[in-house]
Design a protein around this ligand. Sequence first.
Ligand code: NAD
Ligand code: ZN
Length: 359
Amino acid sequence: MFRNFKMVSKVVFGRGCFSQLGDILEGQRSGKNAVMVFLMDDVFESGPLKDRLPMKAEDLLIWVNVDDEPKTKYVDQLTTQVKKYMVAKHDHLPSGVIGIGGGSTMDLAKAVALMLTNEGSSADYQGWDLIKNPAVYHCAVPTLSGTGAEVSRTTVLTGPEKKLGLNSDHTVFDQIVLDPEMIADAPNPQRFYTGMDCYIHCVESLTGTYLNSFSQAYGEKSIELCREVFLTDTPDADDKLMMASYCGGMSIAYSQVGICHALSYGLAFVLGLHHGIGNSVVFDYLEDYYPEGVREFRKMMERQGIDLPRNLVSGLTDDQMDTMINVALVLEPLWENALGKDWKTIMTRDKIRELYLKM
Ligand code: NAD
Ligand code: ZN
C-alpha cells in the first residue's frame, strides 16, 4: 500500500509575511463571535511580537509554556480552557487555533485544534489514525526551524504511558506562515539543536531502506541547505533554514527517521531531554551507523561553537534504563527503516543499552 498523505493546504513564505496573518484569518472567521485562539510561546511575552498579533476583541490569547515538551495532560487543560472561554461567550467552537512558536507550540496548537472536536483525553488518540472528527481550522507560525512540525501529520505528545503522536490527516495544518524574520532572534544553542533535528531527519531518510525518489528529492535539497546554513557564511541563512525544515519534513513524510530518533525518544521519556538536543546527544555516538553524517555533524558543531552535554545516563537505575530501551524499541518502523527487515537480530536490548551507556 502506498501512503496517500494529506499536505498543508496553504503556505505563505517570505520576510515580513507575518503581517498578512490578519487578512489570512479574516477569511476563516465565522460563527457568532468568530473567535480566533492564539497559542503563543511565553518566551515572547515580554517582546514586541505580541503587539503585532492581529487580534480582534473577542479573540483569546493563551501564553503556552514549553519548558517541558507537550504532554497530553497540558493539551487537555488548554482544550478545557478554550471550551470554557467559548461557553462564557455563549458560543460553540472557535473559528481557528493559531500556534506561534517552535515545534512544541506548533504541536500544542495542532493537538488543541483536534481535541476541540474529539471527545475525551488526547492520550486516547496517541497512535495512528485514531482521530475521528476533523479539527477546527489551525494555522502555524514557526519561530524556530528544523522539526518539520509545520508540515507533518503528527503532533508529538508525552502521555501517561508513552511518547507518541496523534498521527492523522486531520492533524495537518490548514495554513502555515513561513516568515524567516520570525526565527532571526532564536539564540544558539537552541537554533543549532533544532536545526540539527532537520539535518538528522535528512541523514536518516537518505540512508534508510524506505528511501524513494520523492523523499530523496526533498532530503537532498534540505541537507544541501543545512550545509549552507551551518558550514558557510551564507546570506539569507534564516530563509534557507526555514526551507530546509520544510523540505526535511516532506522527506520523512514519505520515508521514515531512524536510529537517532528512536534512541532520542527514550532519552526524552526518561530524562525529559528536549528533541533537538536529545537528537544531537545521540547522533554523536552513531558513527558506526551514519559515518559520513556524524563526521559532518561534528564539523557543524565545531563551526557553531557547540558543546554537547555528556554523562547524562550514568546515574540512571536499571528500571529507568529498561524503560528507555522499551520506549526506543516500540518504534519498529524507525529501526526497520535504518537497518532493514532483520533489524531485531542487529539491534538487541544489550546493543541499545551499550549505546545509551556512552551518553
Ligand atoms: P521548542 O518549541 O521545544 O522550543 C525550544 C525553546 O526555544 C523553548 O524554550 C522556546 O520557548 C524557545 N523558543 C522558541 N522560539 C524562539 C525564538 N524565536 N527565540 C527565542 N526562543 C525561542 O523547540 P523545537 O526544537 O522547535 O521543537 C521541539 C518539539 O517539537 C518537541 O516537542 C518535539 O517533540 C516536537 N517535534 C514535532 C514534530 C512533528 O512532526 N510534529 C517533529 C519533530 C519534533
Ligand atoms: Zn526530529
